[in-house]
Design a protein around this ligand. Structure first.
Ligand code: SF4
Ligand code: URA
Length: 189
């Protein structure tokens, strides 16, 4: 994983590589049971080279703390590892260029649960494991069981924490979904 993170930090496979300050490979345990997958780094993530360290990151920290999980015991990353200008959505081409890194991270960590945060991540992860993407408003907090060469992975899509910043009802849904994640971890793993 260390080698892979180095490769990501030096990557120039897509135009975002020319625009970034720092690539953001991901952070946390290489042995994590739970992997969170966001969309792409924002301003602070690009400055620091770490995932979810801006305002959305504070929301994520609160949600994790509420269910007694620390950042050190999970792994947090994004589908796209370099910041898109003005925080625009990543393009299909950028996702295509960058997602092999995420695929490799999943193979290395072999998580029991993957939590895609937001609809781009939800779409990529569900399609990767052979599921039809659906509107995030309909499927957040639901579970999809994927079979892999190294066993079962449960996918539980959730809203993106940034969507909760100015929308209390979304934050409430996220809190409920995190409670579901806690229950899943207690019952299954
Ligand atoms: Fe490489 Fe991904 Fe950064 Fe593009 S976004 S330069 S593919 S690490
Ligand atoms: N939003 C994301 O999707 N990822 C980050 O790392 C930060 C904000």
């Amino acid at each position: 994983m260390k080698k892979l993170e180095e490769r990501i930090r030096a990557c120039r496979k897509c135009p975002l590589g020319e625009l970034r300050t720092n690539a953001v490979p991901g952070a946390g345990s290489y042995d994590a049971k739970v992997m969170f997958v966001g969309e792409a780094p924002g301003y602070w993530e690009d400055q620091k080279g770490l995932p979810f360290v801006g305002r959305a990151g504070r929301v994520l920290d609160e949600l994790l703390a509420e269910i007694g999980l620390s950042r050190e015991e999970v792994y947090i990353t994004n589908i796209v590892k370099c910041r898109p200008p003005e925080n625009r959505d990543p393009t299909e081409e950028e996702i295509k260029a960058c997602s092999p890194y995420l695929d490799r991270q999943i193979d290395i960590i072999r998580p029991k649960v993957i939590v895609p945060l937001g609809r781009h991540s939800m779409r990529y992860i569900l399609e990767k494991f052979g599921f039809e993407p659906e509107p995030i408003s309909r499927i957040h907090g639901k579970t999809f069981e994927a079979r892999t060469l190294f066993g079962k992975i449960v996918i539980m899509p959730m809203y993106h924490p940034a969507a909760a910043l100015y929308r209390p009802p979304i934050r409430e849904e996220l809190r409920k979904d995190f409670a579901r994640l806690r229950a899943l971890l207690e019952s299954s793993f």
